[in-house]
Design a protein around this ligand. Structure first.
Ligand SMILES: Nc1ncnc2c1ncn2[C@@H]1O[C@H](COP(=O)(O)OP(=O)(O)OP(=O)(O)O)[C@@H](O)[C@H]1O
Ligand SMILES: [Mg+2]
Length: 455
């Protein structure tokens, strides 16, 4: 733990001096205040524990205690008093004082009381963090898939997690697993016992987003009655996930860049720099390159974020992963809904693999969830799925003409159309047909299309 900061509040200079000397020698940072008002004002400097005299020139210790706790529940308070009535003591404990020291006090006793107080909160915090991390099993295995793309993704996530603090940029369509990978990286890193905080940049207007991120001082603006710590401060030692970073306004982009470069920031309305150690993971489902070219995203911020880029592949580009994902979702919904579905029929898998998945894994998850809620059969069937999202849902929409079709001809025609539409890009053509690159290549050869449309 970094050095704790202790605020000594007493109107007698000699008492402040002796406490300060002793606490400095114990390695603490010490701030002093002679009045209740001065004490409250100093809280903003970041205080872990307050040694608070009961009798102050402008007010009494209990009202100061109340204000301290209003400001921040986690600040520890030890009340120093020459005349502790039982009533005062009870009231102070109720308000959250940690302990009393009777005046005249013994410096050794006060010092060990402080040590114990700080140790208890440290342990309590650790237990709390352990609980939250144990409750969230985001291991690498949570990223389901056997395609080469997902195998590479797992390896990349593991490597990134092991690298100390580098910034990560996750790009990819909606529903491809950016949130999931951000959490996996955090929980696989040695930051796992520290907080993972996330915020969606598009969800808040600029000012609010700024104070959520950086925090604000008391009185920084009309509604800022109390000091508020921002996400960056609360996540110290951990990870901050900035989702939809492409939506951030120019002003905030500049502030974020400054933070990434200097590892420090000022709260809104604040004047001192706050240093924190956080890993920033940013995500965007827009192509940030394009945004940079259109001057909507700062290129310097883009380069700063793009240290470790991870591109999430769309689900239609890796149909091989679909059966595994289906089984994984069936398992988890079996538990959730107390069902005993044992898989899907081959025709059902084929239907799912032939679909375009514009909503990617999220859509697949929803489709399985719905099918399991509605179906009573042991195996999910194609008819249990509602595939509505994309033009690729031929399995549902396409009606066989009365006269029938020549399947080979139809297939050839579709492949040609897809290649035309993609200007000869095979991978992209495949996405129109739910085929991967090898599958489309095979058809290009089979139909002898190589010289006509494909390049
Ligand atoms: N490879 C995967 N294995 C298991 N579950 C996955 C995988 N990819 C995504 N999911 C699940 O799919 C859902 C959507 O993923 P997630 O929220 O991470 O997508 P996203 O890329 O952040 O989407 P958006 O851009 O809309 O925010 C989640 O329930 C997530 O757990
Ligand atoms: Mg997301």
């Amino acid at each position: 733990m970094s050095k704790a900061t202790i605020l000594v509040v007493d109107d007698e200079p000699l008492i402040r001096w002796s406490l300060t000397e002793r606490l400095h020698s114990e390695g603490y940072d010490v701030i002093e205040a002679a009045t209740g008002k001065a004490a409250i004002d100093k809280l903003a400097e970041g205080v872990d524990l307050v040694l608070l005299d009961y009798r102050l020139p402008d007010t009494d210790g209990v009202s100061v205690l109340r204000k301290i706790k209003e400001f921040d529940q986690d600040v520890l308070v030890i009340l120093l008093t020459a005349y502790a009535s039982v009533d005062t003591a009870v009231e102070a404990m109720k308000l959250g004082a940690y302990h009393f020291a009777n005046k005249p006090f013994n410096l050794d006793e006060v010092a060990s009381m402080i040590e114990r107080a700080l140790e208890t909160t440290r342990l309590r915090r650790e237990v709390r963090q352990y609980r939250t991390s144990a409750a969230r099993p985001y291991s690498l295995q949570r990223l389901v898939g056997q395609s080469s793309a997902v195998t590479a993704l797992r390896a990349m996530a593991a490597r990134v997690a092991a690298s100390p603090a580098s910034t990560v940029l996750l790009t990819g369509e909606s529903g491809t697993g950016k949130d999931l990978v951000a959490k996996i990286i955090h929980y696989a890193s040695d930051r796992a016992s520290k907080p993972f905080m996330n915020i969606t940049c598009s969800a808040l207007p600029e000012q609010l987003l700024e104070s959520e991120l950086f925090g604000h001082e008391r009185g920084a603006f009309t509604d800022a009655r109390l000091l508020k710590k921002g996400l960056l401060e609360m996540a110290d030692g951990g990870t901050v996930f900035l989702d939809e970073i492409g939506e951030m306004t120019a002003g905030l982009q500049a502030k974020l860049l400054r933070f990434l470069e200097e590892k420090s920031f000022k709260r809104v309305g604040g004047s001192h720099d706050i240093h924190v150690d956080v890993r920033v993971i940013a995500a965007s489902n827009r192509n940030l390159d394009d945004e940079v070219n259109k001057h909507r995203f700062r290129s310097d911020l883009f380069f700063r974020l793009n240290v470790l880029p991870i591109e999430m592949p769309p689900l239609r580009a890796r149909p091989d992963d679909i059966p595994l994902l289906v089984e994984y979702f069936i398992d988890s919904f079996n538990t959730e809904f107390r069902k005993r579905v044992r898989g899907a029929t081959p025709a059902a898998y084929a239907a799912l693999q032939g679909y375009g998945w514009p909503g990617n894994v999220r859509e697949l998850r929803n489709v399985i969830e719905r099918a399991m809620l509605l179906s009573d059969s042991e195996r999910l069937e194609a008819k249990d799925f509602t595939l509505t999202g994309g033009a690729l849902s031929a399995s549902d929409d396409f009606e066989l003409p009365a006269a029938g079709v020549d399947l080979e001809k139809l297939e050839r025609s579709l492949v040609v159309q897809a290649l035309k539409r993609s200007h000869g890009n095979q991978t992209k053509a495949g996405t129109y047909l739910g085929l991967n690159r090898d599958q489309i290549r095979y058809r290009i050869e089979k139909f002898g299309l190589a010289t006509t449309v494909a390049r």
